[in-house]
Design a binder for this molecule. Structure first.
Ligand code: MTE
Ligand code: MO
Length: 435
């Protein structure tokens, strides 16, 4: 199912214009002059000169605004900002497949809840929170059942964590020629939210884990039969039972009324609609950790468990299907993340990795969270190969495609964290490229 990463309907061929940066001053304020943009003085002004204050007021300035409403929606002019849907079995199973985050339309590090990617194996169940229960059982002293209202009485924490599917960017490694599409269509199985919930350690301590208990089997209440086992250390370290997403109750597509969240580990393990945690002595070897999510290697063996996601980044602006309208000064903007912790550094290259310069990390990088990076781009109208390369606090560096190809079998597709290239041609059209 993860094979179906990009369906043709997701690939928009028409080019969207990318807005040039509005003022030179905003670059100077950001300290970018210190970052090697020497030609600022010759940059043509983008904004119009302010000769007079507008005297003809538009209707929105002279008439009463729209009425109050009980749940806000994005501006109607932004209605094209949507998740891209790839149904693995078409209308036979309309909830199976993925809906991808439109990375190219977003800024900052938080994914709006309605645009969080959704990867579901048998649709979104309609769970009545009054009837749902979470059981902790198996090798414990005291098996426990928690209703949602029980859980809401426990002390909670809030953390900003990304979730990335192990199959993200898989089309970009498996397709012999680069598929054309937006950043979201190609790499949008990554999203980041502020999650609030109960540390799993609290509940494990209450149940009292037997000394023989070394693994946990997590099961969801949907009908996909998808379950995963994980080492108990992760349960005590930073696993979260998340009940809230970006301040409101977790969305149905993300696991309402509760999900497991294993920060930094492949998305598949963060079991949604969580109903059971069974403490076991060994891994359970479920279908989702044997036939799927395993990595066939170049040496003929397969790695069964790849829990931690690799260090990765993608430039979201400019990115696939966009167009730079004219030579001039632009801002490169992108996201970086690592399953090992914080992002330490992001570099950008305009010549396909021959030389690199540092990007600016916007805000403090947090562990298992997206980091926004920015860099100026002085485009003189000649073709270039734009890349970003992230490095995390453990010193892991985002690898090239050659490194992935050398380590993985010919049909390897999961855990593709390789450097992403956007080619810009002399017309300013941005396309997906392999280097
Ligand atoms: N119960 C259940 N949990 C699940 C899934 C599912 O289909 N059923 N999909 C998994 C996969 S493959 C991923 S990548 C993440 C995606 O989380 P999201 O849909 O909230 O982005 O949920 C995981 N948890
Ligand atoms: Mo996934």
């Amino acid at each position: 199912m993860e094979k179906l990463n990009v369906l043709p309907e997701l690939v928009k061929s028409e080019s969207k214009d990318i807005a040039p940066t509005t003022s030179r001053r905003s670059f100077l304020k950001g300290g970018f002059e210190a970052m090697g943009v020497a030609t600022l003085a010759s940059t043509p002004a983008i904004a119009l000169a302010n000769e007079s204050i507008q005297s003809d007021f538009p209707t929105w300035s002279t008439t009463m605004g729209k009425g109050l409403n009980d749940y806000g929606q994005p501006a109607k002019y932004e209605s094209n900002v949507k998740r891209g849907i790839a149904k693995a079995y078409g209308d036979l199973a309309p909830g199976t497949g993925s809906a991808r985050t439109p990375l190219e339309s977003l800024e900052g590090i938080i994914t709006p809840s309605g645009l969080h990617f959704d990867r579901s194996h048998n649709g979104t169940p309609d769970i009545d929170p009054k009837l749902h229960q979470l059981s902790i059982h198996g090798l414990v002293k005291k098996p426990l059942n928690f209703s949602v209202s029980d859980l809401l009485r426990y002390p909670m924490i809030s953390r900003t964590y990304f979730i990335e599917c192990a199959g993200n960017s898989s089309a970009n490694i498996i397709a012999p020629n680069p598929i054309q599409g937006t950043a979201g269509a190609l790499h949008g199985l990554i999203s980041c939210s502020d999650w609030t919930g109960i540390p799993l350690a609290t509940l494990l301590n209450e149940a009292g884990v037997d000394t023989k208990g070394k693994w946990i089997l997590a099961e969801g209440a949907d009908s996909s039969g998808m379950s995963r086992s994980f080492p108990i250390e992760k349960g005590f370290e930073n696993a979260l039972i998340a009940l809230y997403q970006n301040g409101e109750k977790i969305r149905p597509e993300q696991g309402y009324p509760m999900r497991l969240l294993l920060p930094g580990w492949e998305g598949n393990m963060s079991v949604k609609w969580l109903r059971s945690l069974k403490i076991t002595a060994n891994p359970t070897h479920t279908k989702d950790e044997t036939s799927k999510y395993t990595d066939p290697l170049a040496n003929g063996l397969a790695r069964q468990f790849t829990f931690e996601l690799g260090v990765k980044s993608v430039i979201t602006k400019p990115s696939g299907t966009m167009k730079l309208p004219e030579p001039g000064l632009y801002e490169i903007s992108g996201i970086a993340w690592s399953g090992a912790g914080k992002i330490a550094k992001v570099e950008v290259s305009e010549n396909g990795g021959k030389t690199w310069r540092d990007a600016l990390l916007d805000g403090n990088s947090q562990p298992f969270c997206l980091t926004r990076f920015r860099a100026p781009l002085q485009w003189n109208g000649t073709p270039l190969f734009l890349q970003s390369r992230a490095i995390d606090e453990k010193g892991n560096i985002q690898p090239t495609r050659e490194v992935y190809k050398a380590n993985n079998a010919i049909d390897g597709r999961y855990h593709n964290n390789t450097i992403i290239t956007w080619a810009i041609n002399q017309e300013g059209v941005v396309s997906n490229a392999y280097l």
